[in-house]
Ligand binder design. Structure first.
Ligand code: TIU
Length: 231
């Protein structure tokens, strides 16, 4: 059964069928949102990303209650770093680069504590976790094939950071025909001006990459459709 809901969004209402929609949480890893990880080695104050967590917890809980598909992603590399481009290996403080030991394990390496998703948003066993070597969630992953097989056509996009992995993923998704709603308070940047401009770039030019709305508006649209509604 097709059931189309509408969310008031920029630049226009976002229409979606929850049965063909996935909530995507991008890179909510300790490496980006907690001290001692990759985000900090790049010179960032990671504490500014903390504000994303409470609204994203609410959106995640709502999706789980309604039975919406939930997908998590993690940026990171194989222990031998064979999937890390040379230029990427050179980024960050010389003493703490990708693969170097840090307080939460080897920085941005799969299987390490710092590479995993924060406890507040930990995936459930039945939720897909996509491990990706790049900024985009489609590059060198099976995400597109999985979404096609699952009949997913719309994505509710959240996570960090807005202008890097969120933007790259939304651009990749848009080119593949997915319709993306980015929840403005559930995505975060280390730079306030990048947060503002990155969101504006998505909805500009008639929604050149997608739609943008606060999570309260998205949740209200689901609740208004049917408070007890499940996919
Ligand atoms: N540096 C930065 O802002 N972000 C990243 O390197 N990766 C993600 O956005 N996940």
């Amino acid at each position: 059964m097709t059931r189309t809901l509408a969310v008031q969004a920029a630049p226009s209402p976002f229409h979606f069928d929850p049965a063909r929609t996935a909530l995507v949480l991008i890179d909510m890893q300790r490496d980006f949102v907690e001290p001692g990880g990759f985000g900090e080695t790049l010179g960032n104050d990671v504490s500014v990303l903390q504000s994303v967590i409470p609204p994203l917890q609410a959106v995640l809980a709502d999706a789980r209650r309604r039975g919406l598909m939930v997908i998590h992603t993690r940026e990171g590399h194989l222990p031998d770093l064979s999937d890390c481009p040379p230029a990427k290996l050179q980024r960050g403080e010389p003493s703490k680069r990708i693969g170097d030991p840090g307080p939460k394990g080897r920085i941005l390496v799969r299987g390490e504590y710092g590479h995993d998703i924060i406890d507040d948003l930990a995936p459930l066993p039945d939720e897909l976790v996509i491990d990706k070597p790049g900024k985009g969630s489609f590059h060198a992953t099976g995400l597109h094939d999985f979404l096609v097989e699952s009949g997913i056509t719309s994505l509710i996009v959240t996570g960090v950071t807005t202008e890097v992995c969120v933007h790259t993923t939304v651009r990749e998704a848009n080119d593949r025909g997915y319709e993306c709603l980015v929840l403005s308070d559930c995505v975060g940047s280390y730079f306030p001006e990048f947060q503002r401009v990155a969101l504006a770039m998505i909805s500009a030019q008639g929604g050149i990459f997608g739609w943008v709305a606060p999570s309260s508006t998205y949740l209200a649209a689901l609740a208004a459709a049917d408070p007890a509604f499940t996919v």
